[in-house]
Design a protein around this ligand. Structure first.
Ligand code: DGT
Length: 215
């Protein structure tokens, strides 16, 4: 570890099915990393309500509520203190805003008023520095690869996901992480080819994490 004992926060980003969870499971074995998993349990059991399933069943009805809750749960995870030199987050408040909220708005599922309210909250939540990231690792996979993996894992809430949805989400990730069209989150981005086997993706990601702490 560097002599300054500096701590780092990394977000692992990428489309649904790009392999984030597998990478995080492997990184969890490293003493360098504390893992902050995405709060999917909160989303599938919010005081007894499966808001993720409700979202997929009726996005128009539940899109705003889902994103309001996602934004809040993710902001809390950004603020959560950790002990290890590297805090690794699965996704971040930034992908919730720049990919999912953006996509729901562009596809006319969110009303412009709902979009503005979510954006206002987002700007407030990131303005205090508590959602700071030092690095983003982008697991970049084709929407076709993601769809195959989603179909193979059979998560019941995700049965309605089709290639079109993954393509529009992919474009949002690309605009944010490749074309760098967003200014609120501008840490360095490392791109990992996530079309490779999950084992290979993990090895590449682990190398980048080790490089970060040793430089
Ligand atoms: P992985 O390991 O790369 O396959 O990643 P997943 O699919 O386990 O995790 P993720 O974050 O891509 O998605 C988990 C589920 O939650 C998936 O059905 C998409 C949904 N999801 C995650 N974040 C948001 C969000 O902010 N808004 C919406 N609408 N859905 C979200």
């Amino acid at each position: 570890m560097s002599s300054s004992n500096k701590k780092f926060t990394i977000a692992v980003e990428g489309n649904i099915g790009s392999g984030k969870s597998t990478v995080l499971q492997h990184l969890a074995k490293s003493s360098l990393c504390d893992i902050i998993a995405e709060p999917v349990e909160n989303w599938t059991n919010l005081k007894g309500h499966n808001i993720l399933a409700m979202l997929y069943d009726d996005p128009q009805r539940w899109g705003f509520a889902f994103q309001a809750n996602a934004q809040m749960t993710l902001a809390k995870l950004h603020a959560q203190p950790t002990k290890a030199p590297v805090k690794v987050m699965e996704r971040s408040i930034y992908s919730a805003r720049y990919c999912f909220v953006e996509n729901l708005y562009r596809t006319k599922i969110l009303h412009s008023v709902e979009y503005e309210i979510l954006d206002d909250w987002f700007q407030m939540l990131v303005s205090n520095g508590l959602c700071h990231l030092d690095l983003i690792i982008y697991l970049r996979a084709t929407p076709e690869t993601c769809l195959q993996r989603i179909q193979a894992r059979h998560r019941s809430e995700e049965e309605s996901i089709d290639l079109g949805y993954l393509q529009t989400l992919h474009e949002c990730h690309e605009e944010w992480l490749i074309q760098r069209q967003r200014t609120n989150s501008s840490p360095p981005v490392i791109i990992v080819d996530a079309n490779q086997t999950k084992e290979r993706v993990y090895i590449d990601t682990n190398t980048h994490v080790n490089n970060l702490v040793s430089c």
